[in-house]
Design a binder for this molecule. Structure first.
Ligand code: NAD
Ligand code: UDP
Length: 327
């Protein structure tokens, strides 16, 4: 066993981001334990890792205590798409808050370093633009997004209190919209929705007038940022924004995906969801200076890779071949 080989727990490891993280950590030779209750994650996401001697998957809900021995913990367990986290909002808050308490308790017992997958949603519908880490946010505490936003805010509070009170080594990343292969085709997030709709030749569902903005980070870039944050000196606790600072309107995204898929789909407007943030874009100065990190994959390149993934996944259920060719 090499001296750099670590035992690493990834909660939510069978989800979209978790599976990419597990892949990266396994490839680096670490012993990876993936813990997931498969609420939004799938065994298929980690199927290629199951035969590896340094990978193990365990069904477990982080709302309950976990007794394992590891050196590092990445706490990702939590549904991330609005339709999934609003499906059972009480469970969403429990997952964020009880999950954080259980994982922090585990880290405290083991003196393990622990990473929290926080979110740009802690800024709510931001009044400061782009968002810097010292902006305290504009969250509606009683709206339909609150179960996720406030759950994640409370998890950040717990992380910093365990750090101050118990000297725990923490890393808190505020993740902005991330996309790529292995997003769930029915998770309702904008990139997966638009690509699946375009490939099937279905209407593209644009909520509101499409002028709301987001900044989309390709998954490989994000994972590189996480790994650098985990490896950074212990005074780099975060919170630190990890995302791609190239802002685009949702309407522009729709048209880009129609162009890249060569789809005949037409845009159809639908009502804007309650509390949908108007503008979102990370200021990543802190990640650049502390981690030497910035995203490398342009939106068009990342979208092409994601379209190829969904094209394979949808296979014969998708639209006719001429509507599915990736540009
Ligand atoms: P995902 O839904 O694909 O993954 C979440 C995983 O957590 C799933 O595998 C799910 O089954 C698991 N899970 C949910 N509740 C659980 C519980 N109680 N116990 C154990 N496992 C549980 O979402 P994702 O996009 O991979 O997001 C991963 C993390 O990153 C989440 O914490 C999310 O809040 C955060 N995040 C993601 C984005 C993004 O754009 N993808 C943006 C901001 C933050
Ligand atoms: N959106 C849309 N059509 C869809 C799905 C989402 O117009 O089919 C919009 C949504 O209203 C939001 C943006 O795309 O303004 C991003 O939505 P997503 O659910 O991906 O993530 P959010 O950043 O809102 O959590």
């Amino acid at each position: 066993m090499s001296s750099t080989r670590k035992r690493i727990l990834v909660t939510g490891g069978a989800g979209f981001l978790g599976s990419h993280l597990c892949e990266r950590l396994v490839a680096e030779g670490n012993d990876v334990l993936c813990v997931d209750n498969y609420f939004t994650g799938r065994k298929d996401n980690v199927a290629s890792l199951l035969g590896k001697p340094n990978f193990e998957a365990m069904r477990h809900d982080v709302c309950f205590p976990l007794y394992v021995e590891v050196d590092e913990i990445y706490n990702l367990a939590c549904p991330a798409s609005p339709i999934h986290y609003q499906h059972d909002p009480v469970q969403t808050t429990k997952t964020s808050v009880s999950g954080a308490i259980n994982m922090l308790g585990l880290a405290k017992r083991l003196r393990a370093k622990i990473f929290q997958a926080s979110t740009s949603e802690v800024y709510g519908d931001p009044t400061v633009h782009p968002q810097t880490e010292d902006y305290r946010g504009n969250v509606n505490p009683i709206g339909p997004r609150a179960c996720y936003d406030e759950g994640k805010r409370c998890a950040e509070t717990l992380f910093f209190d365990y750090h101050r009170q118990h000297k725990l080594r923490i890393r808190v990343a505020r993740i902005f919209n991330t996309y790529g292969p292995r997003m769930h085709p029915n998770d309702g997030r904008v990139v997966s929705n638009f690509i699946v709709q375009a490939l099937r030749g279905d209407p593209i569902t644009l909520y509101g007038n499409g002028s709301q903005t987001r900044a989309f980070c390709y998954v490989d870039d994000l994972i590189e940022g996480w790994v650098r944050l985990m490896a950074a000196p212990d005074d780099v606790t975060g919170p630190i924004n990890i995302g791609n600072p190239v802002e685009t309107t949702v309407a522009e995204l729709a048209h880009k995906i129609i162009d890249l898929t060569g789809s005949r789909s037409k845009v159809e407007h639908r009502p804007l969801p309650v509390d949908d943030p108007t503008q979102r874009c990370p200021d990543i100065s802190r990640a650049k200076s502390l981690l030497g990190w910035e995203p490398k994959v342009p939106l068009e390149t990342g979208l092409k890779r994601t379209i190829e993934y969904f094209d394979r996944l949808l296979g014969s259920n998708a639209a006719p071949a001429e509507a599915r060719t990736v540009a």
